[in-house]
Design a protein around this ligand. Structure first.
Ligand SMILES: Cc1ncc(COP(=O)(O)O)c(C=O)c1O
Length: 406
């Protein structure tokens, strides 16, 4: 296994904050210099719009924008025309769900999802419960958000039209059996909508191998800039899908009689001026990750997490909620201490973690609390940082935690 922490020097945030222990990678990741350069170069040497200009700089940006699409196609093992750029994973999911609600879903149809989902993969469905009369059902899960596949099989009836789940859950880091769920979905004529936000940055995700229909993720969680979402969609499904936004560039023609014709996917889903610099930066991030290797990233993080978890399990004041999962964040509470106070205490020791419900507001149905601390890792984190965090966690007491506020 490669020691990926040697890549720390690629990240100016780490150089500029030598004391910082950044364990909030599930929320967003730090950006390497190549990504910062790609965005800065756009502003300083080749600013223009895309797909509209007939001059050299515009052609350069057309090429860089389209190359970013090809980079993500390589990352996900799909065709470039199956990659749509949106604004974030939430926008990607909303696009799919809106699209499916126009023509594919009908009253009484069932959406299978889980209680461990992020708001972005629940609320758009909940709206369809209200507006379209679809029904949401939850796949059975254990206390660490792992799906019980055998028990789940019973839920797959012909009324199921969509299986919408995260590949890796954002609080407990459980990995869902996506390939198996896809096969079950397809057997009953349902489609799969996979939230890849916490998977794509950390492991190889091959959409063809998994047999999935749609996948959403965000560039900012994988070393890229903010404001760029990625939506993979099977091409025939994209071609049949209604876009959320209508406007410039995505139309082939329209007339005074209100007739219009849309361009083919993916352009039909990218109305208006896109986040050009963001997409170009996202392409640089994607190439950066491909160069490191997603299998290497996964193996490194898995080992670091296991090193972290083994120590956290030994702390008598700490309750860990996902001790048996092999991957993802360490999610915990310190006995008798409100999670935000504990996070404040860790912050006073330069450790950045997230506290609260992490946008998974029905996960309490599974873990019995809606307030936890989440320490989420990436490949630039180190064992030394883990040691410092464990030592700080061992000291979290109510007295210490509230002491920092007085
Ligand atoms: C599992 C999961 N889905 C969706 C999202 C939403 O991502 P974004 O805020 O980039 O739209 C997140 C962000 O935390 C997430 O963890």
């Amino acid at each position: 296994m490669k020691d990926l922490s040697t890549l720390r020097s690629d990240f100016p945030m780490l150089k500029n904050n030598p004391e910082l222990i950044y364990f909030d990678n599930g929320a967003t990741t730090l950006k390497p210099q190549v990504v910062i350069d790609a965005v800065t170069d756009f502003y300083t040497t080749h600013t223009s719009n895309v797909h509209r200009g007939d001059y050299a700089i515009a052609a350069l940006n057309d090429r860089l924008y389209d190359e970013a699409r090809s980079s993500f196609a390589k990352l996900l093992n799909c065709e470039a025309r199956e990659v749509v750029f949106t604004h974030n994973a939430s926008a990607s999911l909303n696009q799919v769900i809106y699209g499916l609600s126009h023509g594919f879903l009908h009253e009484g149809d069932i959406i299978l999802t889980t209680e461990a989902e992020h708001a972005s993969n629940l609320l758009p469905w909940f709206r369809l419960v209200k507006e379209a009369g679809v029904e949401v059902k939850y796949l059975p899960m254990n206390a660490q958000a792992n799906v019980d596949l055998e028990a789940a099989k019973e839920l797959f009836t012909p009324r199921v039209k969509v299986v919408a789940v995260a590949m890796v859950t954002n609080v407990l880091g459980s990995i869902l059996p996506i390939k198996e769920l896809s096969a079950l979905a397809h057997e009953v004529g349902a489609l799969t909508v996979i939230d890849g936000s916490q998977a794509v940055p950390h492991m190889k995700v091959d959409v063809k191998e998994l047999g999935i229909d749609f996948l959403a993720c965000s560039a900012h969680k994988m070393c890229g800039p903010g404001g760029v979402g990625i939506l993979y969609g099977r091409y025939d499904l994209l071609e049949a899908m209604e876009p959320v936004f209508m406007g410039g560039d995505m139309n082939a023609r329209f007339d005074a009689g209100c007739g219009y014709e849309l361009k083919h996917a993916p352009t039909r889903f990218e109305a208006g001026t896109p986040n050009i610099e963001g997409v170009i930066g996202a392409g640089a991030a994607c190439e950066y990750l491909l160069q490191i290797g997603l299998d290497e990233i996964h193996a490194y993080e898995k080992e670091l997490r296991s090193y972290f978890m083994e120590q956290m399990k030994q702390l008598s004041n700490i309750q860990v909620y996902n001790p048996d999962n092999e991957y993802g964040p360490i999610t915990f509470n310190a006995e008798g201490v409100f999670s935000q106070d504990a996070a404040g205490y860790l912050s006073a020791r330069n450790i950045a973690v997230r506290s609260g419900n992490h946008c998974a507001k029905i996960l309490h149905e599974i873990i019995g609390t809606d307030s936890t601390i989440r320490a989420s890792l990436y490949f630039y984190n180190t064992k030394e940082e883990v040691d410092a965090c464990v030592a700080a966690c061992a000291d979290i007491t109510l007295e210490n935690a509230i002491g920092i506020f007085f």
